[in-house]
Design a protein around this ligand. Structure first.
Ligand code: KG4
Ligand code: ZN
Length: 357
C-alpha cells in the first residue's frame, strides 16, 4: 500500500507519501507564512494563490523523495475541511484530477481528526483515548473509542492558537504568535500577572477571549497609564496597535513577563480540563495535536501532571504537530482500513466548516 496525502487547508501546501507499514517516505511542506507576516495574520487570498502555485511542485517533490511513481499509488487522501475555502479547493481539485487520471481511490479527510492521529504515525491507534486539539482555528476535547469520535467540549470563542497570535499582536510581536511567546516566556516570570480562570457551563468547553481582553488592558496600562482601556473621566480610547507600538513601546521585561504569565495560565487551563476529561470518562490515554501542541512547555506540563494520575500522554513530534500531509495520508489509511470504506467520487467538494466526529 502506497498512500499519497494532500493538505491545503490554510497557509501550507503539503504532499506526503506513506507506505503500508506507516513509514513516512516523504512529507514536503511549502509554507506561505512569509507572505502573511506583513499583515499580522493569514490573508486567505494570498494563501490560496500560494497553494495554487505550489501544489504541483510539492507533489512532484514528494514523489521524487519517496522514490515512487504515480502508478505505484493505491490511495489518495485529501483534506476536505475545515479550512479556507480557496486553499481547500486547490488540494481537492488536484486530488480529484489525479484520482481520475490514475484510477486510484480518493478519500476525504477531516483536518482536525488528522491532527489527532499524527502521534500514531508508525504505531497502532489505541482503542480508547481523549484527544486535545489545539490549533490556530480550533480547540476541543474529544473522546475516541474504536473509531467513534464524540466531541466533549470546544472553545466558545477564540481557539488556543488564535489567543497566542492575538496576544502577541497586542504586544507588537510578530505572527504567528505561538513560537514567539514560547521563546520569550522562557525568560519571563509566570507569576507576574494573574488571570481568572473562565467558567463554562459545560466543564469541557474552553474560552480564551477573557484573558485576551485582560491582557489588552494591562498593555494599555503599561503604555499609556489607562485603567480598563480608559483615561479617568474620558471615553474609551481607541488605539491603533501599530501606532501604539511606536508611540509607547513596552519594556522587554513587561513583554517577557506577560508572555510567561499568559502561557502559564493557558497551559494550566488546558492541562486541568484535559485530565478532568480523562478521569471523568475513565480513559488513561490522552493525545494532543494541532499547532499549539508544538509548545514544549505545554507538553512538559501535561506529561508531568498526567504521570501523577497514571495517564499516558501522546505528543506528535514538532513537524507533525503543525499542518502537514503525512497526518492526512495516515488518517486516509485509517478510514479506508481493510474494508475499503470512506471512498469518494468526483462530486466531492470542500467543507470549510466541517466538524470533528
Ligand atoms: O495546526 P496549525 O499549524 O494550523 C491550523 O490548523 O490552525 O496551528 C497554527 C497555530 C498558530 O496559531 C500558532 O501560533 C500556533 O499554532 N503555534 C504555537 C506554537 N507553534 C505554533 N502555539 C504555541 N506554541 C508554539 N510553539
Ligand atoms: Zn491544522
Amino acid at each position: 500500500m502506497i498512500a499519497l496525502g494532500i493538505e491545503t487547508s490554510c497557509d501550507e501546501t503539503s504532499c506526503a507519501v506513506l507506505d503500508g507499514k506507516d513509514n513516512i517516505l516523504s512529507n514536503i511542506i511549502s509554507s506561505s507564512l512569509f507572505r502573511h507576516k506583513p499583515f499580522g495574520g493569514v490573508v486567505p487570498e494570498i494563501a490560496s494563490r500560494h497553494c495554487l502555485e505550489q501544489i504541483d511542485v510539492v507533489y512532484q517533490e514528494a514523489m521524487r523523495e519517496a522514490k515512487v511513481k504515480a502508478s505505484d499509488l493505491d490511495l489518495i487522501a485529501v483534506t476536505q475541511g475545515p479550512g479556507l475555502i480557496g486553499s481547500l479547493f486547490v488540494g481537492l481539485c488536484f486530488a480529484k484530477a489525479l484520482s481520475y487520471q490514475l484510477g486510484v481511490p480518493l478519500v476525504p479527510v477531516n483536518h482536525l481528526e488528522a491532527h489527532l492521529e499524527a502521534t500514531f504515525i508508525g504505531s497502532r491507534m489505541p482503542a480508547k483515548f481523549i484527544g486535545l486539539l489545539v490549533s490556530g482555528g480550533h480547540t476541543s476535547l474529544s473522546l475516541h473509542h474504536r473509531g467513534k469520535i464524540t466531541v466533549l467540549g470546544s472553545t466558545v470563542d477564540d481557539a488556543a492558537g488564535e489567543a497566542f497570535d492575538k496576544v502577541a499582536k497586542l504586544m507588537g510581536l510578530s505572527y504567528p504568535g505561538g513560537p514567539v511567546i514560547e521563546k520569550l516566556a522562557r525568560e519571563g516570570d509566570p507569576r507576574a500577572f494573574q488571570f481568572t480562570k473562565p467558567k463554562q457551563k459545560n466543564r469541557f468547553d474552553f474560552s480564551f477571549s477573557g484573558i485576551k481582553t485582560a491582557i489588552l488592558y494591562e498593555v494599555q496600562k503599561a503604555r499609556f497609564g489607562l485603567q480598563d482601556g480608559r483615561v479617568a473621566g474620558t471615553k474609551t480610547l481607541k488605539i491603533r496597535l501599530h501606532d501604539a507600538a511606536d508611540i509607547a513601546p513596552l519594556s522587554d521585561e513587561f513583554i517577557r513577563d506577560m508572555a510567561a504569565s499568559f502561557q502559564f495560565a493557558v497551559t494550566k487551563w488546558l492541562v486541568e480540563k484535559t485530565l478532568d476529561a480523562a478521569e471523568v470518562k475513565g480513559v488513561d490515554r490522552v493525545v494532543i495535536g494541532g499547532g499549539v501542541s508544538a509548545n514544549q512547555y505545554l507538553k512538559n506540563e501535561l506529561v508531568q501532571a498526567a504521570a501523577e494520575k497514571n495517564i499516558t500522554i501522546g505528543v506528535p513530534e514538532r513537524l507533525l504537530a503543525l499542518d502537514n500531509a503525512a497526518m492526512i495520508a495516515r488518517r486516509g489509511i485509517e478510514i479506508t482500513g481493510k474494508k475499503k470504506k470512506g471512498r469518494a467520487d468526483l462530486s466531492l467538494t470542500a467543507l470549510p466548516n466541517l466538524h470533528m466526529g
